[in-house]
Design a protein around this ligand. Structure first.
Ligand code: 5GP
Length: 143
């Protein structure tokens, strides 16, 4: 799939935004929704998904880009408080050759621990109870 292209409103993140697909949500407002990644690269891996129907950062409006990065920062701070990682990776992929697999703009917040290798991107599905417990901790830290 090319970098530019038509937005597919049936992508999985569009369905999560519309409520047609489930997600373990951390927060939601008029700008974005944040939820746990079900194929996490580390415990606590979560996503900020702006609601604007844009395929990637290049398509996102300036206003939403500015608002989204504020949510990314707030989520990263809550992850730090809740899970006490040694580091946090924030990533965002544009286009399949860059590693993008879901073609609705999103940011990854991935906690890292010293000596713990990063899991494979889009690897095994996590235990849902563990994801819920992590989401509850992060939510509490946001409050
Ligand atoms: P990308 O490769 O597009 O940057 O990242 C897409 C991310 O979405 C991956 O980390 C993948 O694990 C995650 N993902 C894919 N499908 C689903 C889903 O149905 N629910 C959730 N919560 N995450 C998903």
């Amino acid at each position: 799939m090319s970098l530019s292209g038509t937005y597919d409103d049936q992508n999985i993140f569009a369905k999560i935004i519309s409520g047609d697909a489930p997600a373990i949500k951390i927060f939601e407002d008029d700008v974005a929704v944040a939820f746990m990644d079900i194929f996490p690269q580390s415990p606590g891996h979560c996503l900020v998904v702006p609601k604007e129907p844009a395929r990637n950062l290049l398509d996102l409006s300036d206003d939403m880009a500015a608002a989204a990065i504020q949510r990314v920062k707030a989520l990263a701070k809550a992850v730090e408080t809740a899970l006490e990682p040694d580091g946090i990776v924030v990533t965002q992929f544009n286009g399949a050759p860059a590693g993008q697999t879901v073609f609705h703009i999103h940011f990854h917040v991935i906690p890292r621990w010293e000596g713990e290798p990063l899991g494979r991107h889009g690897g095994g599905q996590a235990d849902m109870d563990e994801l819920k417990a992590q989401a509850d901790k992060i939510k509490a830290a946001l409050a």
